[in-house]
Design a protein around this ligand. Structure first.
Ligand code: DWN
Length: 419
């Protein structure tokens, strides 16, 4: 690493939940660019920052986490990802809002706070249901987008100080939500205590994030990146709850982003909301059966990813040799990881298309593939589309039905497939 890279990253030697020093690395991807650090044409000529991407396992509480933490400002101050690019994600947000509104009896004077509220998409769903909303997100560019939707947003990191300010200026929340953000939080204990501070006595915290078991089963290695500091199974979550005054009272599996879980938390002292113990026990039983609580399960992860790499490179290489043109579909953060880790650049892909206006005209970090609007595939008519946003493959294939008269889609994950 260069001096300027070293300055923005730190190596952890203690588990971020239980504090144990018994951490063991099991997957090392080397130094990779930050996944959302898309480049302008001028940036492409300049040196890019790369940071280590190493995953480790805590032998005491079994928490899987990144060994190196990049300074949050490097990743979150100016954020190019917005959730509204996918109908499936918006449907998921609507479902969270609708079910929470009904299950937790939210009223017109109930306050819902979304942490990592991005462009306000989730809170818009709550607002439509007639409750009060407040967003918190450090990305300054997204505050503008959220406020255009009428979502009041504090453009700050969620800290204990901010929690106190919120309680003083607004009121306590009946519901706090985070979608995916839970993987992005460095100081978990502090953040949970801050959430505790802003919640009503019988308030509920809902967090939804990718599930470690799905990541492991389907080798979703490209969802491992600097922004995602944590990869959760149930055991460490239960410990986190216990240490911060919470009780997990329900868990649901959600078929989003390759497999996620939605976890429901309440204050330990609250007698409201039934504890779905059977469901929690079932999750634990499955995780035990799948041996999530031992390092041995993780040790061949790297080798399995290596086999996927060889298979995908062989497929793309053969297509190129046959003179076919291949274009990437979607410029997700995970695309940066897949392209860079597998060394897929101009030699294999012509360019990438993405619906996000903020990303169009920019270039992928590291591999420097240019990003165009989706319509370009109908002008150029490439023979193959590699779906980098594989978590939305169904939606992408469905909306591009007419492309099937031109060429085929390649799915890199969870299994390599051509359709
Ligand atoms: O946790 C995180 C998740 C939720 O979002 C973040 N750390 C960053 C981000 O991850 P991602 O960039 O991998 O997210 P998505 O939602 O998988 O990104 C999909 C990309 O594909 C977007 O750039 C939009 C694009 N897309 C498109 O161009 N056409 C998506 C669809 C559905 C489409 O039809």
């Amino acid at each position: 690493m260069t001096q300027s890279e070293v300055k923005h990253v730190k190596k952890i030697d203690r588990c971020r939940i239980c504090g144990s020093s018994r951490l063991e690395d099991f997957f090392d991807m080397g130094n990779l660019p930050l996944p959302n650090a898309f480049l302008t044409k001028e940036d492409v000529q300049k040196p890019e920052k790369r940071f280590p991407l190493v995953v480790c396992f805590c032998h005491d509480c079994t928490f899987v986490q990144l060994r190196y933490i990049v300074e949050p400002d490097q990743m979150f101050k100016h954020y190019l990802y917005i959730p509204s690019g996918s109908q499936i994600r918006i449907q998921n947000f609507n479902e969270i809002a609708f079910t929470a509104h009904r299950r937790f009896h939210l009223q017109s004077d109930s306050l819902v706070i979304d942490i990592g509220s991005n462009d306000g998409s989730l809170l818009s769903c709550f607002q439509t249901l007639g409750v009060q909303v407040l967003g918190v997100d450090p990305a300054e560019n997204l505050k503008v987008a959220a406020e255009l939707k009428g979502i009041p947003t504090l453009s700050e990191y969620f800290t204990q100080e901010l929690a106190q300010d919120i309680v003083n200026t607004y009121k306590k929340a009946a519901l706090v939500t985070t979608t995916n953000v839970f993987a992005h939080i460095e100081h978990l204990l502090d953040s949970m205590r801050a959430i505790y501070a802003i919640l009503d006595e019988d308030g509920v915290f809902i967090s939804q994030f990718p599930y470690l078991l799905d990541l492991l089963r389907d080798q979703l290695f490209d969802t491992i990146y600097h922004e995602h500091m944590s990869y959760y199974s149930l055991n460490p979550l239960l410990l986190l709850a216990e240490r911060t005054g919470f009780k997990i009272f329900d868990i649901q599996h959600v078929p989003l982003d390759g497999g996620s879980i939605r976890v429901f938390w309440k204050k330990k002292e609250s007698h409201k909301w039934k504890i779905e113990q059977e469901t929690i026990d079932q999750f634990r039983a499955i995780e035990e059966r799948e041996k999530l609580y031992t390092i041995d399960t993780y040790k061949d992860f790297g080798a399995r990813v290596q086999r996927t790499k060889e298979e995908l490179l062989q497929l793309l290489g053969e297509l190129k040799q046959d003179g076919k043109r291949i274009v990437g579909y979607g410029a997700p953060a995970k695309g940066t990881i897949l392209l860079n880790y597998f060394h897929i650049d101009k030699r294999l892909l012509d360019y990438v298309v993405d619906s996000t206006v903020y990303k169009q005209g920019l270039y992928f970090p590291g591999v420097h593939l240019e990003i165009f609007p989706e319509s370009k595939i109908y002008e150029d008519r490439p023979e193959y589309l590699l779906i980098l946003a594989w978590n939305f493959a169904t939606e992408i294939i469905e909306k591009n039905k007419r492309y099937q008269a031109i060429g085929k889609f390649i799915l890199p994950s969870p299994e390599i497939a051509t359709v």
